[in-house]
Design a protein around this ligand. Structure first.
Ligand SMILES: [Zn+2]
Length: 307
């Protein structure tokens, strides 16, 4: 087995400050977290944005890893430089190479702890299934959204995002730190079990597959004319059906869900997420799906350790 290195990233968004704070504490007390003898590398994704306590400087770092942006040498955005440097330093062919990346984020939505996987890479599904089996976390499967691409973890052979919430941007919170520690510890333990051959994979994985984003209803000037409906606010991961009230105007008029999917019920997530205001996303709509575990997922994951 190789000495595979795991890259842990915090502060990809500079106003999500709990994971970077924990990394700083960890630097000062190197023995405080059990790493199960794994080779670990920790990095702040966007140090300048973190210093400013802003989500980003020029553009969203976690949308800056598309091949198109990385190869466009005429672009001077801070985050595109940073994306190139992170790959040069820590990418699979970097100076300090890592094969697995775990990118820690926080959300203002009432989503609790969840994993986000991008596309359906077998290695990601295999590793996520182990963590879900251990902690019962929901997995948001982000795919088929052409307007959203260039995610950090896609530049490594294996990886996912850990989202912890709810917490306001720029606020340290004990429960959030406890949740990061719990998920981080479980990820490292499961990776170490893969390394020593003792990982016990579940027979299935439950994902919430991204269907679409929904924006606030707006007037002709683009201003929101309704708020998240009180019966939906804070109800991330709860099922809704056609005609469920999504928004309410000040006059009490409801704007309801028009279900144009093939699903009888769907699951809104990232409801009223502060970071998505600029993206004109009031919520994302997902469909719950059970995927049978495939043997080749496991083989692909084990291959990472043998290369
Ligand atoms: Zn984030």
């Amino acid at each position: 087995m190789s000495s595979l290195q795991v890259l842990l990233v915090a502060g990809t968004h500079g106003n999500e400050i709990n994971a970077p704070w924990l990394f700083d504490q960890w630097d000062q007390n190197p023995g405080m977290i059990d790493t199960y003898n794994l080779k670990i590398c920790r990095v702040i994704g966007n140090p300048l944005a973190y210093q400013k306590r802003e989500r980003y400087v020029d553009r969203d770092l976690n949308r800056s890893f598309s091949h198109e942006l990385l190869s466009s040498l005429d672009r001077n955005d801070h985050e595109i430089f940073r994306a190139r440097n992170l790959i040069k330093e820590y990418g699979p062919q970097g100076f300090n190479p890592s094969k697995i990346v775990i990118d820690f984020h926080s959300t203002t939505a009432s989503m609790g702890s969840s994993l986000v996987v991008y596309g359906r890479r077998p290695v990601d599904l295999a590793l996520a299934s182990l963590v879900q089996n251990r902690l019962g976390l929901p997995i948001y499967l982000h795919e088929c959204e052409p307007s959203q691409k260039g995610f950090l973890v896609e530049s490594w052979p294996c990886g996912f995002v850990v989202e912890i919430g709810p917490v306001p941007q720029g606020v340290l919170h004990t429960q959030i730190i406890d949740q990061i520690l719990l998920v981080l510890g479980s990820c490292l333990k499961e990776i170490s079990k893969c390394k020593n051959g003792s990982a016990a994979f579940p027979s299935q994985i439950i994902v919430h597959r991204h269907l679409k984003n929904i924006d606030f209803p707006r007037d002709l000037q683009g201003k929101p004319i309704a708020l998240i409906h009180p019966s939906l606010q804070g109800k991330d991961w709860y099922p809704i059906k056609n005609d469920y009230p999504l928004f309410r105007k000040l006059n009490g008029e409801n704007i309801t869900f028009s279900n144009d999917s093939m699903e009888s019920e769907v699951y809104p997530v990232f409801i009223n997420e502060a970071a998505y205001v600029e993206k004109n996303i009031a919520m994302a709509i997902t469909a719950k799906q059970v995927l049978s575990f495939q043997e080749d997922w496991k083989n692909d994951l084990f291959n990472l350790f043998s290369q």
